[in-house]
Write a protein that binds this ligand. Structure first.
Ligand code: GUN
Length: 281
């Protein structure tokens, strides 16, 4: 079998145009504040893409770049300022933060109604209880990809590899909310392949290059690769793509699979937050 490729670049483009149309058809100019601390090159590139594509869709850019030695108090004051700025509908603090900063305390400072990353405890609680709220961007992008290619999530067995706050945990919640039977694997899971081989939907967000090979995949499964790694022979994901495409029914490429969906979801969350704020005023 040769798997069907899931083109995240194409769907992300469609969704960004939808966002642009939603903004153009309304009297609202949503505002997004990205907060970048320090000069990590990868984070710098991600934030630049988020800003560029937001502006292209009609979102106002409220970027803050802080030095790598910013104190906890200074960073929290910036978040407080953005919380009380009526022009700012969404706040995104790019992770990871430098080691001297308390990430959980910074995230906790974000107004949940501006939490376009879906990372605050309030957003996570709403998601866990299956209530409306802003949801993390990468996992909701994964759900949109599955819907787009026609994978019917309800009743499937889904396995998520990885349990990070950013992807694994919310991904499991989103799949559960769509009536999948969900298993979460992590570094202490024994015989990973015996678990992942039960998956109709396999989402891999482990942060380990090419962790998943053909032996981990049920024939015909939808395999979603959230990883991205720079290696001597170019970019690769958490899935051995060449092996996976021989076994899977659907597979996302790296790059061009999940990555572009994260930003598309961020733009959607920002417009949703802006619409809610305008309705409340
Ligand atoms: N670092 C890597 N991905 C993300 C993301 O989706 N949001 C934030 N805030 N930081 C990240």
């Amino acid at each position: 079998m040769t798997a069907t490729l899931i083109d995240g670049k194409e769907l992300a483009g469609i969704l960004r145009r939808e966002v642009a149309n939603r903004i153009a058809a309304s009297a609202i100019t949503p505002g997004l504040a990205t907060v970048l601390v320090g000069d990590d090159p990868a984070s710098g590139i991600y934030v630049a893409s988020k800003r560029r594509l937001s502006v292209a869709a009609g979102i106002r850019d409220h970027h803050r770049h802080l030095p790598s030695d910013v104190t906890q108090g200074e960073l929290e004051r910036v978040v407080d300022e953005l919380n009380s700025d009526a022009e700012v509908d969404g706040i995104l603090v790019q992770l990871p933060l430098p080691a001297h900063l308390d990430t959980a305390a910074v995230i906790a400072r974000i107004d949940p109604d501006k939490d376009v990353d879906g990372l605050t405890e309030v957003s996570a609680g709403r998601l866990a209880l299956n209530r409306p709220g802003l949801q993390p961007c990468t996992p909701s992008g994964v759900i949109r990809l599955l819907d787009w290619v026609g994978v019917d999530i309800k009743g499937t067995r889904a396995v998520v590899v990885g349990r990070s706050d950013l992807v694994g945990r919310p991904q499991a919640q989103l799949l559960l909310a769509r009536d999948a039977t969900v298993t979460v694997c992590h570094r202490y899971t024994t015989d990973l392949a015996s678990v992942t081989r039960t998956a109709d939907i396999l989402v891999v967000a482990a942060g380990v290059p090419r962790l998943v090979g053909a032996q981990h995949i049920k024939p015909g499964a939808a395999v979603i690769d959230v990883g991205i790694h720079r290696t001597d022979d170019g970019l690769c994901g958490d899935v051995d793509f060449d092996a996976a495409r021989q076994v899977a029914g659907f597979v996302t490429p790296v790059p061009g699979g999940v990555g572009p969906m994260t930003i598309a979801s961020l733009l959607q969350n920002t417009v949703t937050a802006a619409e809610l704020h305008r309705r409340r005023r």
